[in-house]
Design a protein around this ligand. Structure first.
Ligand code: SF4
Length: 138
């Protein structure tokens, strides 16, 4: 395990649950055909080989969800003291009542969105695809 994967597995480290496909990031889930995420129940850190192979096809951020260290003010989605991605999505979708049972994801104790909003974040999280850029869709 390299120092990045040690860091990512450290429970004190808060993770962004909609990160980029990069060496040392965590594979959080897979985008199903219906557009929802199936979460992995175990922590799986990806390596350079995974990144290389998955970049051969459609954008990996359209097909998977990744988690990586939350860089706070180093990210364009950080405002004052929070990540506004989940705030904005909850504003649009509202908490999804039929998803009241929390998805069993592997990072809950480290998740930035859960830290901000608790289980409300988890009700919409399975509907979030990181890369929705239309030009890249196929
Ligand atoms: S918002 Fe909830 S379901 Fe989504 S990654 Fe965070 S803890 Fe897991």
């Amino acid at each position: 395990m390299n120092s990045k994967s040690n860091n990512i597995n450290n429970n004190e480290n808060i993770l962004c649950p909609s990160a980029q496909c990069e060496d040392g990031a965590m594979l959080l889930g897979v985008v199903r055909k219906d557009g929802h995420i199936s979460f992995l129940s175990k922590k799986v850190v990806i390596d350079q080989e995974f990144v290389k192979i998955s970049r051969l096809g459609r954008s990996p951020e359209k097909r998977f969800r990744f988690a990586d260290t939350c860089v706070k003010a180093g990210c364009k989605h950080w405002t004052k003291d929070r990540c506004v991605v989940i705030d904005n999505i909850l504003d649009i979708l509202g908490p999804q009542p039929d998803l009241a049972k929390l998805p069993s994801c592997s990072i809950r104790e480290q998740c930035r969105w859960f830290k901000q909003l608790g289980s409300k974040a988890c009700t919409v999280c399975p509907e979030i695809i990181t890369d929705l850029h239309p030009k890249m869709q196929s």
